[in-house]
Design a protein around this ligand. Sequence first.
Ligand code: ATP
Length: 271
Amino acid sequence: MAASPLLQVRGLTRRYGVRTGLFGPWHEVVAVEGVDFAIERGEIVGIIGASGSGKSTIGRLLTGLDQPDGGQILFDGARIDGLSDQARRPLRRRLQLVLQDASSALNPRRRVGVQIATPMLRLGVATSREEAHERTAELLRLVGLDADAAERYPHEFSGGQRQRINIARSLGVEAECLILDEPTSALDVSVQAQILALLLELRQQLGLTYVFISHNLAVVQSFCDRILVLDKGRLVEDLPSRTITRQASAPATRRLLEANLFLSRAPAAEP
Ligand SMILES: Nc1ncnc2c1ncn2[C@@H]1O[C@H](COP(=O)(O)OP(=O)(O)OP(=O)(O)O)[C@@H](O)[C@H]1O
């Protein structure tokens, strides 16, 4: 029997009730509507679309920070939508969300080492403080930081280094799948490239699966195996990165490709 995809969504739907003004009438905003896709182990899949197309909503639904109004989410063949906090606990280890703003994910008042070690102990990946401590040093090395980073506080690091710490924390709990929501958008291009290279290396070493949410088509094309395009909450394209330029048929994808072409041809700004 063929193994099930690592992550699968069927008919995923999320609508929000929104009020016009303080006392105005309520109306419905469709954030995500009837989305279907499947992601295999070891794949890097990009989710792209214009602002408001539903990308982050999908990230929140996949990681249980929000619940769908309709449809199903399966992880390793089992339903994970609508789980209680208790039932979700083992999953929290396997499926991790990495956000754009690494600072907000880190506690400014706690040393980096403690922040990497605590989830390991809480989720039972390490059974003693010593083991968590050793593993923290290994992880810091793995993401390209010195082991003494463990003794420092988040504000002592650059944005790119903080994102490395964030990734080390996800790896500490032995995550299998990272949902990366614009993980490099706040970084300058050279640091962005370093983080993407690190993620590729980690996938190679650890067999990780990534869902990469971004508004940047050029980045998604170079980093992902496959690209899903959202338009007003609907999935309108699902193509391998290498063929998307030739095979794209959805108007939303064509718009993204044209914008990308325009940006790559635009003359550099005057100093
Ligand atoms: N909590 C919420 N309450 C009401 N509407 C929401 C909420 N979260 C998202 N929405 C709406 O759902 C739609 C999709 O939002 P979402 O943040 O998923 O888009 P996005 O593609 O990630 O956008 P961006 O690229 O700008 O971050 C938007 O119209 C947004 O206004």
